[in-house]
Design a protein around this ligand. Sequence first.
Ligand SMILES: *[C@@H]1O[C@H](CO)[C@@H](O)[C@H](O)[C@H]1NC(C)=O
Ligand SMILES: *[C@@H]1O[C@H](CO)[C@@H](O)[C@H](O)[C@H]1NC(C)=O
Ligand SMILES: *[C@@H]1O[C@H](CO)[C@@H](O)[C@H](O)[C@H]1NC(C)=O
Length: 390
Amino acid sequence: MTTRIPSADDSNEFIQRAGGAPQPRAFPFRMLWLFMFFLVLGIGFFAFSVYLTRHFAFQGIRTQTRSKFRNCVDVIQSEVSLEQWIHPSQTTAHGMSDEELLWRASFVPQVKEYPFRRTPKIAFLFLTRGPLPLAPLWERFYRGYLGLYSIYIHTLPSYMANFSSESVFYGRQIPSQVSEWGQMSMCDAERRLLANALLDISNEWFVLLSESCIPLHNFSIVYKYLSKSRYSFIGSLDDPGPYGRGRYDHRMLPEVSIEQWRKGSQWFEVNRKLAITIVKDKTYYPKFEKFCKPHCYVDEHYFPTLLTIESSHLLANRSLTWVDWSRGGAHPATFGRSDVTEAFLKRILNGFTCSYNNYDSTICFLFGRKFSPSALEPLLRLAPDLLGFG
Ligand SMILES: *[C@@H]1O[C@H](CO)[C@@H](O)[C@H](O)[C@H]1NC(C)=O
Ligand SMILES: *[C@@H]1O[C@H](CO)[C@@H](O)[C@H](O)[C@H]1NC(C)=O
Ligand SMILES: *[C@@H]1O[C@H](CO)[C@@H](O)[C@H](O)[C@H]1NC(C)=O
């Protein structure tokens, strides 16, 4: 339907004609105007009533919803904001199963630039049975660096940590499960730690530590070393002997060939990309779970092999955690009060050269193990002069 609206020319014509011409000729035009007036009025009224109906019907629904959920008005009123995606939860508690946690932790933003100021943090993952006897040394290590680190603690599920509310370790225990050395449950604990830490979008580097680990340098050196590195630090070695390739099982084919089989200490440092590679893996996990036992020590093989297959160009193939195997046997040496002297620490700090970003470096280790609780006293005493903090 098209209604022709008289143009300015038409109107002129109409006036001229109305002036000189007889009345009957002008009459239809007046009728037309009248008709158009009512037509426009009708359309307007129709539109207005449609608007009213919709508006009030919608208001009605909204009022209904409001009253229905009045009890959780806080939840409804807090609109989705960026804050809730980027601000880490104040507590490490959550009600997710491992399967749900790993799934949630595997989320990766596809836009590479962050729309907010992101200060990358180091996540320190403490894998322990219970207490952290060297905590006072770590407390001094972290002092002054709030906002550049986060801490996660995995213990036996029955253990209740008892840190004071001023401690950096306070409230940092994650929901844990029993894990045993050399078993898949140990890898599960490490993935659990990684996944919890991945929930904080600001965590960029992930360091696995035990209760017997100590920092060998101050925080600023550790932060610089990790943030400027082109590689992640995980021991990854193709050992032809019985404790290397000798533990490989051909039933792992085709996912894992013997050439891809790697061995390394479990004490790793990985960046966010590799941490996600570990938590999202569903390809290699079943093979290791099934064919790397009982004397295979899966925690020495699963991550080094997985990361070598997926991202070998990102690996430094060495660990940042110093440990002494020189005494022989199945376990590395443990150091107590009488071992920790100035000469001993200087030997660890100055006794090595290694490759860092393809250059030679004399800083090869950032952490050391295994230190017994009795080592705490001499470590606190020597740290300011030798370790650069405290
Ligand atoms: C926890 O620590 C406080 C002091 O730090 C102490 O008084 C309390 O007895 C401890 N509780 C347990 C269960 O060990
Ligand atoms: C680590 O080893 C892999 C092979 O397993 C190699 O591709 C990579 O270049 C090595 N990394 C460095 C820093 O040499
Ligand atoms: C960290 O240690 C290095 C070397 O020991 C030292 O030069 C530097 O001043 C220390 N940094 C801080 C902030 O203490």
